[in-house]
Ligand binder design. Structure first.
Ligand SMILES: Nc1nc2c(ncn2[C@@H]2O[C@H](COP(=O)(O)OP(=O)(O)O)[C@@H](O)[C@H]2O)c(=O)[nH]1
Ligand SMILES: [Mg+2]
Ligand SMILES: [Zn+2]
Length: 288
């Protein structure tokens, strides 16, 4: 018996990686009910090539189907102009699914225009890396963050996700160039998810699903939404009502913090906008 990680799944075959070796396995019948996903840590027999059991999962995403995603690197740049609503939704997705988000501000060789806003609004609660794929600034820090983790890159098209992945490979680029092309696809051809090894015990998940994050993927009710804002948490303890959603209530510490400037007005307005679309979604769910 050996322990490995499922890096690829095609119909009922599973590619299981153990360090640099890959075994193509099938699954024991009793595992088919609970499902077996890319990202699963499994115990398998090296004589029969059958997966016998799945170790406990840290989390499981349904769309894309992926187990044990540990980190999401959310990439932004001064251009294309950041869509902070996308950033906030991706951060919520991470908070809800217990994935560690890391905000990556790329292209700082060309402009640092957005850095101050990002540091002020997000820097106290989230790890922020300031990067340049072209000038290789802080790529060592990026490598350190990826080490011993299963991570994925997310963010608007054109921010430099492919360039950052390429920058990880140094002189190996000719060997691994193909691979980095595959990891962040320009055009999504298939819907399946695959893990790519970037160094020992470190994988990048190639997922088509994270750029246009829709409210329906946030498995949370509007009245619980504020609980997933680490920057609201401390101050909301002072709200008059424990069920305060920080919108219409009186004596709301969050609204006070927005007035005094200690919570960014735009961040708060994005919260209200996500709140309203979740509320609408909840209403429509029970119609018909
Ligand atoms: N100035 C600058 N441009 C970059 C950097 N990284 C990527 N780009 C450029 O941004 C554009 C989009 O990069 P790409 O990696 O394809 O973005 P993706 O769509 O997120 O994968 C390309 O024209 C890159 O040359 C960087 O660090 N600095
Ligand atoms: Mg790309
Ligand atoms: Zn409140």
């Amino acid at each position: 018996m050996k322990k490995g990680i499922v890096i690829k799944k095609i119909s009922n075959k599973f590619w299981v990686a153990v360090n640099s070796e890959i075994f193509i396995c099938s699954a024991r019948g009793n595992l088919k009910g609970s499902g077996l996903f890319v990202g699963d840590n499994v115990i398998f027999s090296t004589t029969e090539f059958i997966i016998e059991s799945v170790l406990e999962r840290k989390n499981l995403l349904v769309r894309p189907p992926l187990a044990n995603l540990e980190q999401m690197l959310i990439v932004l740049a001064y251009a294309p102009k950041p869509d902070y609503l996308i950033l906030d939704k991706l951060l919520l997705f991470c908070e809800i699914n217990e994935i560690k988000p890391v905000i990556c501000v790329n292209k700082i060789d060309a402009s640092r225009k957005e850095n101050q806003y990002i540091q002020t609004v997000y820097g106290k609660f989230y790890q922020v890396l300031e990067l340049s794929a072209h000038k290789k600034i802080n790529i060592d820090k990026l490598k350190k963050v990826l080490k011993n983790n299963v991570s994925t890159f997310a963010g608007q098209s054109g921010v430099g996700k492919s360039a950052l992945i390429n920058s990880l490979f140094d002189s190996l680029i000719t060997i691994e160039g193909n691979l980095s092309e595959k990891i962040v696809r320009g055009k999504n051809t298939t819907r399946h998810v695959e893990l790519y090894k970037i160094s020992d015990n470190s994988y990048i998940a190639d997922t088509p699903g994270f750029t246009a994050l829709n409210e329906t993927l946030l498995k949370v009710s509007y009245y619980e939404l504020a609980g997933f804002y680490p920057d609201f948490l401390e101050q909301s303890q002072g709200c008059k009502f424990t069920s305060c959603v920080h919108i219409g209530e009186t004596n709301c510490m969050i609204k006070n913090a927005v007035s005094s400037g200690s919570i960014d007005l735009k961040r708060y307005e994005r919260y209200v906008s996500i709140f309203n679309s979740l509320k609408l979604y909840d209403k429509n769910k029970y119609k018909n």
